[in-house]
Design a protein around this ligand. Structure first.
Ligand SMILES: [Fe+2]
Ligand SMILES: [Fe+2]
Length: 243
């Protein structure tokens, strides 16, 4: 198959979920910046575009052999939001809870020799609070509304608007996408602070577990944001449920 360099990278990931691990490896942003063309996304990641296209096309050819990848475009909004909640929100909550405890412990033990750890702990704490508020808005307002309108065949009449008077009053989906971008920025900051999550030679097990856990959370968050920005929210906008 041909991969066009002018195509938005989020669309490439949606059409070929099997390419997501390679996009991760190449550090090409397909979630928060999913509307950028592959060419621009490669330039930002510092990856030569011809090389990326070659690798993506080879992998796409391998992956086109029968192997069941879920095509989320064909799922209902109810199925998508239930999946996001069960798979990604549950994980994000437990992982951030665990990372907060680990960061606290690691700062106490290694904070003097590694002053960057205090910054890491601060970002993790802030991120945990922001994500909690963000996911609560999705779970309590956005997902139930999308499901209710979908169940009513796209008709909004008689379904109470949950966004009035709250922080999602203006353009609920744009607010959420902006928040996704903020979390993405925090991960960039964490990568700067930690040298791409590579622990120093003298790091103990908890120190290593903290960096590994952050890396895992970042990867999960990319897939989480991809499903929301590029698939669920697109469906909601295309159906004029929330614009
Ligand atoms: Fe979410
Ligand atoms: Fe979200």
């Amino acid at each position: 198959m041909n991969i066009e360099i002018t195509k938005p990278v989020g669309e490439i990931a949606t059409e070929n979920p099997a390419l997501i691990p390679l996009l991760e490896e190449l550090k090409i942003d397909y979630c928060c910046g999913g509307n950028r063309s592959l060419k621009d996304a490669c330039a930002l990641a510092g990856v030569p575009v011809e090389q990326a296209v070659g690798s993506l096309e080879r992998l796409a050819a391998l992956a086109s052999r029968p192997k069941e990848e879920t095509d989320w475009r064909r799922k209902t909004m109810a199925e998508l939001s239930d999946y996001i909640l069960e798979k990604h929100h549950t994980y994000t909550r437990s992982q951030l809870g665990r990372l907060k405890v680990l960061a606290e412990k690691v700062v106490q033990v290694h904070g003097v020799r590694h002053p960057e750890l205090a910054g890491v702990k601060g970002v993790v704490k802030e991120m945990a609070e922001e994500m909690e508020g963000h996911m609560a808005k999705e779970e309590e307002q956005v997902f139930p509304y999308l499901k209710a309108v979908e169940k009513a065949g796209g008709k909004k009449d008689g379904i109470p608007n949950p966004f009035q008077g709250g922080s999602l009053e203006n353009h609920p989906l744009k607010v959420l996408m902006w928040e996704h971008g903020m979390t993405g920025e925090e991960f960039i900051e964490l990568r700067h602070m930690t040298g791409d999550f590579i622990p120093p030679q003298d790091a103990c097990q908890s120190y290593r577990a903290l960096y590994r856990g952050l890396r895992e959370l970042e990867e999960d968050l990319h897939q989480h944001v991809h499903l929301e920005n590029n698939i669920l929210f697109q469906k909601a906008m295309q159906a004029n449920i929330i614009d």
